[in-house]
Each structure stands twice: as C-alpha cells, then as structure tokens.
Design a protein around this ligand. Structure first.
Ligand SMILES: [Zn+2]
Length: 129
C-alpha cells in the first residue's frame, strides 16, 4: 500500500513545464490515477476509460494523465472521453448545460435562463470505468 503514497508528491516539472496552466487539473488527475492504480494492483486490469465532464480542461487532463502514468510507470491504457454535463434548473430547464469560457474560470450555465443555479444531474464527477 505504501506505493500509493508517492502519488501525493507530484513532480514539479509536470506542473510547471508549460507555465503552470496544467495545475488546474492536477488534483483530478491524481485522484484518477489513484483509482486506476488500485484496480490495476488488485486485479491486473490494463484498460480504462475515463469519463471527464466537459467542465474540465480536457486536453490538459489527458496530457497530464498520460505524463503521470508514464512517470509512475503504470503499464495501463487509459482512454479519455469527454461527457456533457446535464443540469436541472430552477427555471424548469433540464438538459445539457452551457459551459462558458473554458479558457478561464469555467462556469456551468443554464442555456435557457443563462444563470448559474442549475443542479448537476449528469457529469458531477470524473468516472473511471
Ligand atoms: Zn435556467
């Protein structure tokens, strides 16, 4: 089990090599890799699909995931899939959310009333399957 602890010390060069923009997804990538490591060490699974809600910076997530798996020499194949977030809003709208400004602070908006008060019903978190 001690092997998992190393995941908490993320090599700085992975975070900083591109001006720090990857830092946003580091926490999520770390959590995802932990789940992968547990499955892999338990029953030798080698193929994983990671469903990432579109509130994440998908390219950064994928890049960082591949680099970290490589860094820790985990011999698995992880396929990253982007999934749309769906919300149920107070205005009566239910369905796909509008994700605004993925370059900066990502906001999950209701496409009907344009407000941020929808409850997420699909895509609340990253899934490892
Ligand atoms: Zn609404």
């Amino acid at each position: 089990m001690n092997g998992f602890l190393i995941l908490y010390s993320i090599p700085l060069n992975l975070i900083n090599f591109s001006g720090g923009f990857l830092a946003h997804e580091v926490k999520y990538v770390t959590q995802t890799i932990e789940k992968i490591m547990i499955e892999w060490s338990k029953n030798g699974r080698k193929n994983f699909t990671i469903k990432v809600p579109d509130s994440h910076k998908i390219k950064e997530f994928e890049l960082l995931l591949k680099q970290m798996l490589n860094h820790y020499q985990v011999p698995v194949r992880a396929t990253v899939q982007q999934i749309p977030i769906e919300i149920k809003c107070g205005c009566g709208y239910t369905g796909k959310a509008r994700i605004s400004d993925p370059e900066n602070a990502i906001r999950i908006l209701c496409p009907s009333c344009n407000k941020k008060k929808g409850r997420i019903i699909v895509g609340k978190e990253i899934e490892v399957i």
